[in-house]
Design a protein around this ligand. Structure first.
Ligand code: SAM
Length: 306
C-alpha cells in the first residue's frame, strides 16, 4: 500500500493540471472575505526538490512544469500558476516544486484553515519538517502566518475517513482535494463513497478529485460514477500529453480532474487555457484535452416532519 512516493512524479503533466485547477478554485474562493477550510485528504510531502532525490531520477517535471517555465506568452491564468511555482524558486532556476499542501498554503489567506492528511510514515514526517521550515522562513520574512498549529493541522490518519469529521466546516466554506495514489483499485471506490458521504454532510463544498486516465476498467468507469453523485454541478477536464498505446505500455499519458460544485468561472477559464496547455505539453503530436460539465442529481429534500 505504501510503495507510492509522489516525489517521483513531482511537477509532471498531471501535477500541472491538478495544481493549476486548484489555484483557480482557490483564487475564486479568495474573492469572498469569509474564511474557508482547505482539506487535502492525500497530502504527500509538501514540497519536492527537483535536482536531487526521487524527482531527479525520473525527471518527469521536464515534460511538465519545465515546459512552461520559460514561456513568455502564457494565458493569464496559467501565468498566475507559473508565478506561484516561481515563488518557490527565488533563485530564478526551477529547483523546487510545491505539492498540493504548499500550493494551498501559498494561495490561502491568514484566516483560512488547512487540514492535511498523509498516512505514509516517512512522507508525513517530511511534511511536518517542511511545514516547520516554511514557518521559520515566514518568521524570518516578518510574516506572523502560522504553518502549524491552528491554521495548519497535519494528521497521519486515513484521509478518506478523516474528512467526515471536518464537515461541515465552521465557516460553511470548504475546498476538498482528493488525490490518492490509485495503486490499489479500491481507491476508486473509496473516492466515490467518501464523496457521497461528504456531499450529504456538506452539500455546499467544492470537491476536486484527481485521477489517472488508464485502460483499467475502474479508471474508465470512474467519471460516470462521479457524475451520479448528488451534487449541484460538476466539471470534468482531462489532459492527454501523448498518444496512448493500445497495450497501455509507453508511459503515463493522461489524467483528469473531476470537480463537484466548481466555481462558475472555471469552465470558461479551462476553455481559454486548455488548448495552450495541451500544445505546450504535447510529447508526440497526440496531445488532446476533453472538457465537459453537467448537473448532478441534487439531494432530495428531507420529508416534512410529522
Ligand atoms: N496531493 C499531493 C500533491 O498534489 O502534491 C500528492 C499526493 S500523492 C498522489 C498520494 C499520497 O497519499 C501519498 O503520499 C500516499 O502516501 C498518501 N496516502 C495513501 N493512502 C492514504 C490514505 N488513505 N490517507 C492519507 N494519505 C494516503
Amino acid at each position: 500500500m505504501f510503495s507510492y512516493r509522489h516525489g517521483f512524479h513531482a511537477g509532471n503533466h498531471a501535477d500541472v493540471l491538478k495544481h493549476f485547477v486548484m489555484a483557480q478554485i482557490m483564487a475564486y474562493l479568495n474573492q469572498k472575505e469569509t474564511p474557508y477550510t482547505y482539506v487535502d485528504t492525500h497530502a504527500g510531502a509538501g514540497v519536492y526538490q527537483l535536482n536531487t532525490g526521487y524527482a531527479a531520477k525520473t525527471a518527469e517535471y521536464e515534460t511538465g512544469i519545465a515546459r512552461l517555465w520559460n514561456k513568455d506568452d502564457l494565458p493569464a491564468p496559467l501565468a498566475d500558476y507559473v508565478d506561484m511555482i516561481r515563488s518557490f524558486n527565488p533563485e530564478g532556476k526551477l529547483l523546487h516544486y510545491p505539492g498540493s499542501p504548499f500550493c494551498a498554503e501559498k494561495l490561502s489567506r491568514d484566516e483560512d484553515r488547512l487540514r492535511l492528511f498523509e498516512m505514509h510514515p516517512n512522507e508525513v514526517k517530511v511534511l511536518v519538517q517542511n511545514c516547520g521550515a516554511l514557518e521559520e522562513q515566514n518568521r524570518a520574512a516578518g510574516l506572523r502566518r502560522g504553518v502549524r498549529g491552528k491554521r495548519v493541522i497535519i494528521g497521519d490518519t486515513d484521509g478518506f475517513d478523516s474528512l467526515k469529521s471536518l464537515l461541515p466546516p465552521p465557516s460553511r466554506r470548504a475546498f476538498v482535494l482528493i488525490d490518492p495514489p490509485y495503486e490499489v483499485k479500491d481507491d476508486y471506490r473509496k473516492v466515490k463513497v467518501t464523496l457521497d458521504e461528504a456531499i450529504k454532510r456538506f452539500p455546499g463544498g467544492v470537491y476536486a478529485v484527481w485521477y489517472p486516465v488508464l485502460q483499467r476498467l475502474e479508471s474508465r468507469q470512474f467519471p460516470d460514477k462521479l457524475k451520479r453523485i448528488a451534487c449541484k454541478d460538476w466539471l470534468h477536464v482531462t489532459l492527454t500529453v501523448k498518444t496512448p498505446t493500445p497495450d497501455g505500455v509507453g508511459g503515463f499519458h493522461s489524467s483528469g480532474m473531476f470537480i463537484l460544485n466548481p466555481p462558475w468561472t472555471l469552465e470558461n477559464t479551462l476553455r481559454e487555457v486548455m488548448p495552450y496547455l495541451t500544445a505546450a505539453l504535447d510529447q508526440d503530436g497526440g496531445a488532446r484535452f476533453t472538457l465537459e460539465s453537467g448537473s448532478g442529481t441534487p439531494p432530495k429534500p428531507a420529508a416534512p416532519a410529522g
